[in-house]
Design a protein. Structure first.
Length: 447
């Protein structure tokens, strides 16, 4: 099948230009840098006049809940939400039931992705206190890396033995596998929770969440992780950095990515502790959303290069599970469908440029994890694309939510940007509200 996307404004590799893209058999065969449409015959055309054509978003941090937690979400429903949001590839986390900490569980997830995912997929392998011996058996061309929980969170995958941490960082370095680490100090969190419960009762108000999962808890753990990575030469990506203080641990980078990098999530870039007053536990996540100063520092770090990728930490729960305070309400929120429109709004506000946003959401995830032939608009690459436009405001209502949980902390928000089309491997899977439910994505290849 041959598809031509014409008359659009292409944003790619720090450039914005008028042009057209020719797609043949799932790959980009030509990028034409002018306003003249290619004359070659094709099976289908998309007129992208007035729209921006971006590489498809690679969300390297999601929790799709399958297997074992499918009352909340599953690969089919959340990959559909991804497609509606211009996300063409995702990397899923290992805290499912069973946990993805064995070869058998990992192979099972790949089979589930093959059968159910509407977009491209891969899965992190989870580290435990005692499974480092499995690392050499992992296929480095099939997985993005190792997920390490250095703080207790949903799924109870905490690695808390110092000797185990040493082995994990050393083995990952030897194998050339990146580590993505959730960094929070559990001892500090537990101490803070005990103090809050003593003063405020068994379920302290959610506004106290950033004092329990505190700046100190985040910084101490991130400092430990970055120190170990420097000792062993490990490729480390610290997930969902949430504090200004942690940013001191990362070097700014304008071009070549350093070996120790950081992720910011859409939630930590969008919300601050003031939003607990209206959003309550809907925005409770681990690590906690913190002060306006922390949020603004993260935003500044997008442009200066201390933040390397933007992910969602997409983590659906049933709405009734989000009721309560710091102890009772579960942590996590669904964000994948609206991450791209939300970040595009931050470009309107001058927080970062459109070109930089594409680097953080498309180019850098591909480079950091060694994704093959995706993340860029280049001849010979897989045709994963998102076509977006602005100027026609729309309001998020429940009927527009594709995630299985059917709620969002953004419910009622009026967006200025919308995803018009999502192209995955040269196939139009989402087209102005029309979804190709039969299409299945491909397994992402690495290195």
């Amino acid at each position: 099948m041959k598809l031509i996307i014409e008359n659009g404004t292409i944003v790619n590799e720090n450039r914005t230009f008028k042009g057209s893209i020719v797609i043949d058999n799932g790959h980009i065969s030509e990028v034409v840098e002018d306003s003249v449409s290619p004359r070659s015959n094709c099976d289908e055309r998309i007129d992208a006049t007035g729209c921006f054509v971006l590489p498809g978003v690679i969300d390297s941090h999601v929790h799709f809940r399958e297997p074992g937690l499918t009352e909340k979400a599953d690969i089919e429903s959340e990959s559909r939400a991804a497609a509606f949001g211009g996300v063409t590839s995702f990397f899923d986390m290992p805290n499912t039931v069973p946990q993805t900490t064995s070869l058998e569980a990992l192979h099972d997830k790949f089979e589930r992705g093959r059968k159910s995912s509407h977009v491209n997929y891969s899965f992190f392998f989870g580290a435990t206190n005692d499974n480092v011996d499995v690392f050499p058996q992992l296929d480095r061309q099939r997985i993005p890396g190792i997920k390490l929980f250095m703080g207790s969170s949903t799924g109870n995958m905490l690695v808390d033995k110092y000797g185990s941490l040493l082995k994990i960082f050393e083995s990952a370095a030897q194998l050339g596998l990146p580590i993505m680490a959730h960094c929070e100090d559990t001892e500090i969190i537990n101490r803070n929770m005990a103090l809050m419960k003593k003063e405020y009762g068994d379920d302290p108000d959610v506004m106290l969440h950033p004092l329990i999962r505190s700046e100190e808890a985040c910084y101490e753990s991130s400092a430990l992780a970055t120190g170990l990575a420097r000792t062993y030469g490990t490729r480390l990506h610290v997930a969902h950095v949430s504090t200004a203080k942690e940013l001191e641990l990362f070097e700014p980078s304008a071009s070549v990515l350093p070996s120790i990098t950081a992720e910011a999530t859409v939630a930590h870039l969008l919300f601050s502790n003031k939003d607990y007053a209206t959003k309550g536990a809907l925005i409770k996540c681990n690590p906690a959303i913190k002060s306006e100063n922390d949020r603004d520092a993260l935003r500044q770090a997008l442009a200066e290069g201390r933040i390397t990728t933007i992910g969602t930490d997409h983590a659906p729960h049933l709405l009734q599970q989000k009721q309560g305070g710091c102890a009772k309400a579960v942590s996590g929120m669904p964000m994948i469908q609206f991450s791209l429109p939300t970040m595009l709004e931050l470009t309107d506000e001058g927080v970062l440029s459109l070109e930089r946003m594409v680097e953080l959401m498309c180019h850098h995830p591909a480079v950091l994890f060694g994704v093959r032939e995706r993340g860029f608009i280049r001849k010979g690459y897989k045709a994963d694309l998102a076509i977006v436009s602005s100027g026609e405001p729309w309001t998020l209502t429940e009927d527009k939510i594709q995630s299985k949980c059917k709620w969002s902390p953004l419910l009622g928000h009026s967006f200025r940007w919308r995803v018009r089309q999502t192209v995955c491997n040269g196939r139009i899977i989402y087209n102005d509200g029309i979804f190709d439910n039969d299409y299945r994505g491909e397994e992402v290849a690495f290195r």
